[in-house]
Structure formats: C-alpha cells, structure tokens
Design a protein around this ligand. Structure first.
Ligand SMILES: NC(=O)c1ccc[n+]([C@@H]2O[C@H](COP(=O)([O-])OP(=O)(O)OC[C@H]3O[C@@H](n4cnc5c(N)ncnc54)[C@H](O)[C@@H]3O)[C@@H](O)[C@H]2O)c1
Length: 324
C-alpha cells in the first residue's frame, strides 16, 4: 500500500512513521510536512534514505501541490496528523489554526476523493469534548458525547471533524477518526508540558504551572497512540470514530512533581503562574470501543513511560538543544 502521512515531521507523526516503517516494510510512506516551527527532520534521521520512504515539503492547504502529488503517487490511505497543535498559540493566533486544521483537512479530503483514496483517517483529539468536572471521577468521555470545544485549538479540531463526517456522508469518502488523549514520549517539541519541565529542571530554571495545577489530563505513551492508529487504518471499519486513552489520569502538579523526583530536582523549582484563559479542568477517556473493535489496549504504564521519556531527553540533548 502507498500511504500518505501528513505532519510526519512533528511529534506524533514522526513516531508513527518510525513504527510503520519498522512494522510494515512492505508498504511505502510519503511524508508531506510544511516544516513549521513544530516540524523537525532530525526526528526522522534514521529513516531518511529508506527505499520505501519519501519526504515532500509542502502545505496541506496547497491544492495544486496536493493534486499533483496524489496524481503521481496514487495513495491508498491518507493519515492526517498535520496541524497547529499548541493550545496557548491558538489563544494568541487563532487564524492559523482555522487555516491549517480546518481548511487544510478539507483540501486534503478534496484530493482524496478526486484520486480515489480508499481510507482518509483524521487524527483528532479528546479536547473536542470540552472538559469534565474534577469532582465527578465517574464521568469519562464516550464517542456519543457532543462537541463542546473550549479553546480555538479544540474548536478547529472539532470543526475539522464535522467536515470529515460530512465528506463521508455526502461524497461517500471512506473516513475514520481517532480522538486521543494527551501524548508524551520521544520527539515532543520542548514547548509542551513534559519536555518543557524536563529541560527547565535540567537547567535549574523555574517551571511554570498554570493556576492551581489541579487540572487533570489522561496521559498516553505515544507508541500506544500510533499502534492504535495503525490498527484503525488497516482493520477498522469505514466511518469508525474511536477514543484512544491511557487510563492514566494525573493532575499537572502531580506530573511535574513526578518528573522532578525522577530527575532528582527539588519541588521548589515549581512556579505557579496565572491560569490559561478557558483552561479545561479535566479530561478522561473511555476507550472501550477501540478495545471492542480492534482489541487495542495501552501497553505502557505511565510510571514506565515517564522514565523512558526522561531517559530519552537525557540521551538526546542535541535534538532538543537545536530546537531551543
Ligand atoms: N500531542 C498530543 O498530545 C495530541 C493529542 C491528541 C491529538 N493530537 C493531534 O495529533 C496531531 C499531531 O500532533 P503533534 O503533537 O504531533 O503536533 P506537532 O505540532 O508536533 O506536529 C505538527 C506537524 O504538522 C506540520 N504542519 C503544520 N502545518 C502544516 C501544513 N499546513 N501543511 C503540512 N504540514 C503542516 C508541522 O510542521 C509539524 O511537523 C495533531 O493533529 C493534533 O491535533 C495531538
């Protein structure tokens, strides 16, 4: 099969490409990435030059480029990771989120239907559900819950999903959507909570924590996410929408303390800062549907995943130093 991966130079896309090239050497992968501040070809150095891998620098909003690439490559599957992904940036500059996350997705689907792609998979997020109250531990996101996005980022991802579903229904495009919780692991940009904490702690700098630090997220090791996407694109049925989550709910403050303990650094580095506007309180995922449909379960416990991630950032200083 010939598979187009967009945003493959980003955090999750690069982990997906590593996983796919190792596990599916019979398939061919084209990585289309604009290389924004978040894209980094260093993350793909070990697969550069593989005969079944091609990198194309380009924008998912560029219709002419897409049509010429789709004509040339005759893709079977498209997996759309490309996005603006940082909530803080969406608050200061929402426009680019609408452009990339909504218009880019629509343009990619136009090319997919024009050139007979057999499956268009949209990488979405649990943030489209909005948040859950901290005190209702019994409540989890399920796929039938309504869209209730809080940030410009999550609003753009929810809008993209509406278009994906509409393209399935109106044009008969074969689509699927995965809604994953917070990912962590190798190759995550230093602006995100876990790498930012590790790097600041290593430099003995103050670590900013929003508000009271009690906001809860469900953390999933990135390899578990890419394995779930692999199962959905290869075995999942058309129109399927599935949550992906780790059953690892942790508050931001607990997580930062765990990271500091792992690095042998004092909790006095923590610096509470003014809360993010519209900050979601709690995310928690029910991923039973994907388990039922594809037999998927997360394999990495958070304690183990955190240790592996800290080791990776310690062993790959060159990678993150070049970015910062
Ligand atoms: N990181 C998470 O915890 C998380 C959780 C759930 C879902 N997601 C979703 O997963 C996907 C990947 O997230 P990530 O954390 O790897 O993001 P990232 O910011 O690390 O990577 C995004 C990639 O997309 C590329 N890109 C941006 N605009 C582009 C454009 N117009 N054309 C082509 N390429 C473009 C960037 O260069 C970058 O390589 C996103 O769709 C995001 O919404 C992320």
């Amino acid at each position: 099969m010939n598979i187009l991966v967009t945003g493959g130079a980003g955090f999750i896309g690069s982990n997906f490409l590593h996983y796919e090239i190792e596990n599916h050497p019979e398939d061919r992968f084209v990585n289309l990435d604009l290389l924004t501040y978040a894209g980094n070809l260093d993350s793909l150095a070990s697969i550069e030059g593989k005969p079944n891998y091609r990198f194309v620098k380009g924008d998912i909003c560029d219709r002419e480029l897409l049509y010429s690439l789709f004509r040339e490559e005759d893709f079977d599957i498209v997996v759309n990771f490309a996005a603006e992904s940082h909530v803080d940036r969406s608050i200061t500059d929402p426009d680019i989120f609408v452009r990339t996350n909504v218009l880019g997705t629509v343009t990619l689907m136009d090319a997919s239907k024009e050139f007979g792609v057999k499956r268009f998979h949209q990488i979405s997020t649990d943030e489209i559900y909005g948040d859950l109250p901290l005190e209702r531990k019994d409540l989890l996101f399920t796929e039938d819950m309504p869209y209730n996005a809080s940030s410009p980022y999550s609003a753009s991802k929810a809008s993209a999903e509406l278009f994906v579903k509409a393209y399935g229904r109106t044009y008969g495009l074969d689509i699927s959507i995965s809604r994953c919780s917070n990912n962590y692991g190798p190759y995550q940009h230093p602006e995100k909570l876990i790498p930012n904490t590790i790097i600041k702690a290593l430099n003995d700098e103050k670590i900013p924590v929003y508000g009271d630090g009690l906001n809860v997220r469900d953390w999933l090791y990135v390899e578990d996410h890419v394995r779930a996407v692999d199962m959905m694109i290869r075995n999942g049925h058309s129109g399927s929408i599935c949550n992906i989550g780790g059953h690892n709910e942790i508050s931001n403050i607990e997580l930062v303390k765990d990271l500091l303990d792992c690095l042998g650094k004092p909790h006095s580095l923590i610096n509470f800062v003014k809360d993010r506007p519209g900050h979601d309180r709690r995310y928690a995922i029910n991923a039973d549907k994907l388990e039922r449909e594809a037999g998927w379960r997360p394999l990495t416990q958070v304690q183990e995943g955190i240790k592996r991630t800290v080791s990776w950032y310690l062993e790959n200083e060159d990678w993150w130093k070049r970015i910062i």
